[in-house]
Design a protein around this ligand. Structure first.
Ligand SMILES: *Cc1c(COP(=O)(O)O)cnc(C)c1O
Ligand SMILES: [Zn+2]
Length: 402
């Protein structure tokens, strides 16, 4: 019902081959369904709960999946922030509401299920944090061991806590994410572990359901979808899924796919701005938004296509713009997200201000991870609690009430 296809040279591979890149040319692989043989009735989809598995006809898993009930995340109207920016139809899909607090769970429910389906018994990844938290949880759910490599000192506290508590073998690498990824790829090749970074084409299949859910919730196709971009897997996945719906005749157009990066870590933005054929890696990416602190995006070539084919764009936002939007989302909308997630909405503000986005558009921002993932960055931005003696006068005086 599906096979693996090289996105560059078109070479086809059997779906049960354990392969992450094309043997002929080294480029990325994608899961390709025979859409003429997929039968989908939207009314059947709508009877199932809103979740990754609502869309199982467009997923590669045939065994009972390893699941923690991922997906089905809320789509919020950003009324106040939308008014401020001047975009009345501004929405946020809160992926922080997934089981481990990020959209990575959508990828891992499919990826870890595929590991079992393919007969693999150990899984591994390199991670800026959320991938490791998610993999650790889904490996625990599946009852198999996980090995995760983290860039030393650059992973938010909540994410490390999750990976440790769910029982993964957590290795801290003295090097950045890009180096940790090279190492885990070598380890997987030499020792037969199943690699679940976003280079894994099956993981992206789960993540594409963000787009499916958005269309069911809105309902309809938004004019634009805006995502923070690190390894660029998520923006590519959402585009791929929506393209499948369009090929099936279930939607009639695609949203303009728009990627937002941090100014200190923005190779995709540069490739779009300068019209480059490929993403040129950055040596030392730096940003407070550690989830998108990535200099060599693995899915760069897929993301450039997603952005260019839909008439989208890419933009960079500074760390202070990211942190200001994190606070706005928290205080003006009640939506708690980690810094990388706020980048998408901060990007909309910037692109509207610079006249690139038409404010009458219907815009869905994907906010990717939960506030509690990175408590240290949060605490640094907020005033400390006021400590008082345990009596009412002290309380009133602290509140400056009389
Ligand atoms: C992984 C992650 C991203 C980046 O997604 P890519 O698919 O790597 O582009 C953004 N935000 C959060 C919170 C993440 O965990
Ligand atoms: Zn190829």
């Amino acid at each position: 019902m599906y096979r693996l296809t090289c996105v560059y040279c078109g070479e086809k591979y059997r779906p049960d081959e354990i392969l992450y890149t094309c043997r002929k040319c080294g480029h990325l692989l994608a899961v390709e369904y025979d859409l003429s043989r997929v039968s989908i009735r939207p009314e059947v989809w709508r009877k199932r709960p809103l979740s990754v598995w609502r869309y199982r006809e467009l997923l590669p898993v045939t065994i009972p999946p390893v699941t923690l009930q991922e997906g089905g995340t809320p789509l919020y109207h950003l009324k106040r922030i939308g008014e401020e920016i001047g975009v009345p139809k501004l929405y946020a899909k809160h992926e922080g509401m997934n089981p481990t607090g990020s959209f990575k769970d959508r990828g891992m429910t499919v990826g870890v299920s595929m590991a079992l389906q393919l007969g693999k018994t150990t899984v591994a990844c390199a991670s800026t944090g959320n991938t490791s938290a998610s993999l650790a949880a889904y490996a625990a759910r599946a009852g198999i061991p996980a090995v995760v490599l983290l860039p030393s000192g650059k992973v938010a506290l909540g994410k490390v806590a999750q990976a440790l508590m769910h029982g993964a073998r957590v290795i801290s690498v003295r090097g950045n994410f890009d180096r940790a990824l090279e190492m885990v790829q070598e380890l997987c090749t030499s020792h037969g572990l199943y690699l679940l970074n976003s280079i894994n084409p099956f993981r992206l299949e789960g993540q594409k359901t963000i787009g499916f859910e958005t269309i069911d919730q809105l309902p309809g196709v938004p004019d634009r979808m805006v995502l923070p971009v690190g390894n660029a897997g998520n923006i590519s996945a959402v585009y791929k899924g929506l393209l499948e719906l369009k090929t099936l005749g279930l939607i009639d157009r695609l949203p303009m796919m728009t990627g937002i990066q941090a100014a200190g870590s923005s190779p995709v933005v540069r490739a779009i701005r300068e019209g480059l054929a490929e993403v040129v890696p950055e040596e030392s990416p730096e940003t407070v938004a550690t989830a998108i602190r990535i200099g060599a995006p693995v899915n760069g070539e897929k993301a450039l296509e997603a952005i260019r084919k839909t008439g989208g764009t890419a933009a960079a936002v500074t760390d202070s713009e990211i942190l200001a939007m994190q606070k706005d989302l928290a205080r003006k909308e009640g939506i708690g997200v980690e810094p990388a997630s706020a980048a998408s909405v901060a990007g909309v503000r910037k692109l509207v201000d610079s006249g690139i986005i038409d404010p009458s558009e219907c815009i869905v921002c994907v906010v990717t991870g939960h506030l509690l993932k990175d408590p240290e960055t949060v605490i640094r931005q907020c005033e400390s609690p006021t400590e008082i003696d345990a009596d009412l006068p002290s309380l009133l005086s602290a509140l400056q009430w009389s």
